[in-house]
Design a protein around this ligand. Structure first.
Ligand SMILES: [Zn+2]
Ligand SMILES: [Zn+2]
Ligand SMILES: [Zn+2]
Length: 200
Protein backbone atom coordinates (compact mmCIF):
# COMPACT_ATOMS: atom_id res chain seq x y z
CA UNK A 1 0.00 0.00 0.00
CA UNK A 2 1.09 3.49 -0.72
CA UNK A 3 0.62 5.36 2.51
CA UNK A 4 1.99 8.72 1.67
CA UNK A 5 1.25 10.96 -1.22
CA UNK A 6 3.44 13.65 0.17
CA UNK A 7 7.17 13.85 -0.37
CA UNK A 8 9.92 16.36 -0.49
CA UNK A 9 12.30 16.79 -3.33
CA UNK A 10 15.67 18.40 -2.97
CA UNK A 11 18.43 19.50 -5.30
CA UNK A 12 21.27 21.95 -5.60
CA UNK A 13 20.50 24.93 -7.82
CA UNK A 14 23.10 24.80 -10.63
CA UNK A 15 23.04 28.57 -10.95
CA UNK A 16 23.51 29.77 -7.37
CA UNK A 17 24.29 26.53 -5.45
CA UNK A 18 21.38 26.99 -3.04
CA UNK A 19 19.99 23.75 -1.64
CA UNK A 20 16.36 23.82 -2.69
CA UNK A 21 13.78 21.60 -1.02
CA UNK A 22 10.10 21.53 -1.96
CA UNK A 23 7.17 19.63 -0.57
CA UNK A 24 5.18 17.92 -3.26
CA UNK A 25 2.00 15.91 -3.29
CA UNK A 26 0.28 13.75 -5.84
CA UNK A 27 -1.88 16.62 -7.07
CA UNK A 28 1.15 18.65 -8.04
CA UNK A 29 1.72 16.20 -10.88
CA UNK A 30 -1.62 15.67 -12.54
CA UNK A 31 -2.73 16.12 -16.11
CA UNK A 32 0.04 16.31 -18.66
CA UNK A 33 1.62 19.56 -17.71
CA UNK A 34 5.17 19.87 -16.60
CA UNK A 35 5.60 21.09 -13.04
CA UNK A 36 8.52 23.47 -12.97
CA UNK A 37 10.63 23.86 -9.85
CA UNK A 38 12.24 27.23 -9.36
CA UNK A 39 15.14 28.09 -7.12
CA UNK A 40 13.95 29.28 -3.71
CA UNK A 41 16.46 32.10 -3.59
CA UNK A 42 14.69 35.37 -4.44
CA UNK A 43 17.30 36.83 -6.71
CA UNK A 44 17.85 33.54 -8.57
CA UNK A 45 14.50 31.79 -9.25
CA UNK A 46 16.21 29.68 -11.90
CA UNK A 47 14.32 26.74 -13.31
CA UNK A 48 16.39 23.63 -12.87
CA UNK A 49 13.98 20.74 -12.34
CA UNK A 50 10.73 19.86 -14.04
CA UNK A 51 8.50 16.86 -13.62
CA UNK A 52 6.08 15.86 -16.37
CA UNK A 53 3.51 13.10 -15.83
CA UNK A 54 3.34 10.44 -18.55
CA UNK A 55 1.14 7.34 -18.58
CA UNK A 56 2.56 5.45 -15.60
CA UNK A 57 5.79 7.37 -15.30
CA UNK A 58 7.17 10.77 -14.54
CA UNK A 59 9.62 12.29 -16.91
CA UNK A 60 12.00 14.26 -14.73
CA UNK A 61 14.43 16.76 -16.19
CA UNK A 62 17.22 17.96 -13.96
CA UNK A 63 19.73 20.62 -14.92
CA UNK A 64 22.81 19.08 -13.45
CA UNK A 65 24.73 21.20 -10.92
CA UNK A 66 27.82 19.03 -11.41
CA UNK A 67 28.36 18.63 -15.16
CA UNK A 68 26.04 21.43 -16.31
CA UNK A 69 24.02 19.25 -18.71
CA UNK A 70 20.29 18.54 -18.45
CA UNK A 71 19.54 14.90 -17.59
CA UNK A 72 16.20 13.24 -18.23
CA UNK A 73 14.98 10.38 -16.05
CA UNK A 74 11.85 8.30 -16.44
CA UNK A 75 10.64 7.05 -13.10
CA UNK A 76 7.58 4.90 -12.50
CA UNK A 77 4.96 6.80 -10.55
CA UNK A 78 4.70 3.94 -8.11
CA UNK A 79 8.45 4.10 -7.45
CA UNK A 80 8.31 7.82 -6.89
CA UNK A 81 5.59 7.58 -4.24
CA UNK A 82 6.38 4.22 -2.72
CA UNK A 83 10.10 4.63 -1.97
CA UNK A 84 11.06 6.11 1.37
CA UNK A 85 14.04 7.72 -0.16
CA UNK A 86 15.78 7.64 -3.48
CA UNK A 87 18.30 9.58 -5.46
CA UNK A 88 18.72 10.30 -9.16
CA UNK A 89 22.35 10.40 -10.20
CA UNK A 90 24.27 12.32 -12.81
CA UNK A 91 25.22 9.69 -15.42
CA UNK A 92 28.49 11.52 -16.11
CA UNK A 93 29.87 11.85 -12.59
CA UNK A 94 27.72 9.54 -10.46
CA UNK A 95 26.80 12.25 -7.98
CA UNK A 96 23.25 12.48 -6.70
CA UNK A 97 21.42 15.41 -8.28
CA UNK A 98 17.80 14.93 -7.24
CA UNK A 99 16.79 13.62 -3.84
CA UNK A 100 13.29 12.42 -3.10
CA UNK A 101 11.99 11.54 0.36
CA UNK A 102 11.62 13.29 3.70
CA UNK A 103 13.07 16.78 3.94
CA UNK A 104 15.35 15.92 6.90
CA UNK A 105 16.87 12.99 5.05
CA UNK A 106 17.27 15.12 1.92
CA UNK A 107 19.13 17.85 3.80
CA UNK A 108 21.54 15.45 5.42
CA UNK A 109 22.18 13.56 2.19
CA UNK A 110 22.77 16.77 0.23
CA UNK A 111 25.18 18.05 2.87
CA UNK A 112 27.10 14.79 2.78
CA UNK A 113 27.11 14.95 -0.97
CA UNK A 114 28.40 18.52 -1.05
CA UNK A 115 31.44 17.42 0.91
CA UNK A 116 32.10 14.72 -1.68
CA UNK A 117 31.66 17.23 -4.50
CA UNK A 118 34.07 19.62 -2.83
CA UNK A 119 36.67 16.86 -2.62
CA UNK A 120 36.01 15.89 -6.20
CA UNK A 121 36.42 19.45 -7.40
CA UNK A 122 39.63 20.15 -5.54
CA UNK A 123 41.75 18.63 -8.27
CA UNK A 124 44.76 20.36 -6.80
CA UNK A 125 46.22 17.34 -5.04
CA UNK A 126 49.24 19.31 -3.86
CA UNK A 127 47.02 21.19 -1.41
CA UNK A 128 46.13 17.84 0.14
CA UNK A 129 49.79 16.83 0.34
CA UNK A 130 50.77 20.15 1.82
CA UNK A 131 48.05 19.88 4.44
CA UNK A 132 49.06 16.36 5.41
CA UNK A 133 52.66 17.59 5.80
CA UNK A 134 51.43 20.33 8.09
CA UNK A 135 49.38 17.83 10.12
CA UNK A 136 52.37 15.49 10.46
CA UNK A 137 54.62 18.35 11.46
CA UNK A 138 52.17 19.57 14.08
CA UNK A 139 51.77 16.02 15.41
CA UNK A 140 55.50 15.59 15.79
CA UNK A 141 55.99 18.99 17.41
CA UNK A 142 53.20 18.13 19.83
CA UNK A 143 54.87 14.87 20.75
CA UNK A 144 58.20 16.57 21.31
CA UNK A 145 56.57 19.24 23.39
CA UNK A 146 54.86 16.60 25.57
CA UNK A 147 58.26 14.98 26.12
CA UNK A 148 59.70 18.38 27.06
CA UNK A 149 62.04 18.01 24.10
CA UNK A 150 61.54 21.54 22.82
CA UNK A 151 63.58 24.14 24.62
CA UNK A 152 65.41 27.38 24.20
CA UNK A 153 69.15 27.92 24.41
CA UNK A 154 68.41 30.29 27.32
CA UNK A 155 67.27 27.25 29.28
CA UNK A 156 63.55 27.96 29.12
CA UNK A 157 61.01 25.32 28.17
CA UNK A 158 58.29 27.91 28.04
CA UNK A 159 57.71 27.74 24.28
CA UNK A 160 54.80 29.14 22.30
CA UNK A 161 53.76 27.37 19.11
CA UNK A 162 52.12 29.31 16.31
CA UNK A 163 51.14 28.25 12.84
CA UNK A 164 50.90 30.59 9.87
CA UNK A 165 51.31 30.52 6.10
CA UNK A 166 55.09 30.23 6.20
CA UNK A 167 55.22 27.36 8.61
CA UNK A 168 55.23 26.80 12.31
CA UNK A 169 56.92 29.31 14.57
CA UNK A 170 58.27 28.27 17.93
CA UNK A 171 59.14 31.14 20.22
CA UNK A 172 60.56 31.35 23.69
CA UNK A 173 58.20 33.15 26.03
CA UNK A 174 61.10 34.11 28.27
CA UNK A 175 63.75 35.57 25.96
CA UNK A 176 61.81 35.94 22.73
CA UNK A 177 64.06 33.83 20.51
CA UNK A 178 62.16 32.11 17.76
CA UNK A 179 62.55 29.40 15.19
CA UNK A 180 60.48 28.77 12.12
CA UNK A 181 59.80 25.18 11.10
CA UNK A 182 58.84 24.92 7.45
CA UNK A 183 56.22 22.44 6.39
CA UNK A 184 57.69 21.24 3.10
CA UNK A 185 58.60 17.58 2.62
CA UNK A 186 62.31 18.06 3.26
CA UNK A 187 61.90 20.03 6.50
CA UNK A 188 59.35 17.49 7.65
CA UNK A 189 61.82 14.65 7.13
CA UNK A 190 64.46 16.52 9.12
CA UNK A 191 61.95 17.23 11.85
CA UNK A 192 60.77 13.63 12.07
CA UNK A 193 64.35 12.52 12.63
CA UNK A 194 64.93 15.07 15.33
CA UNK A 195 64.45 14.05 18.93
CA UNK A 196 64.76 17.59 20.24
CA UNK A 197 64.21 21.09 18.94
CA UNK A 198 66.45 23.76 20.33
CA UNK A 199 65.82 27.46 19.77
CA UNK A 200 69.16 29.09 19.29
ZN1 LIG B 1 19.40 29.38 -7.60
ZN1 LIG C 1 25.42 15.68 -14.79
ZN1 LIG D 1 64.72 31.68 25.59
Amino acid sequence: MIKEFKKSIGYICPFCSTIVTKDVNLFDFSGQNASPFLCSKDDCRALSVSITPKKDKYSITVNCPICGEPHIFNIKKVTFWKSDFFVLHCPETGFGILFIGSSERIRSEINRQEELIAEFESEDVTIGDELSNIFDTVEHINELSKKDAIYCSCGSRNIAIEIDNDGITLSCKDCGKSKCVKTDMESLQTLLNASTIVLD
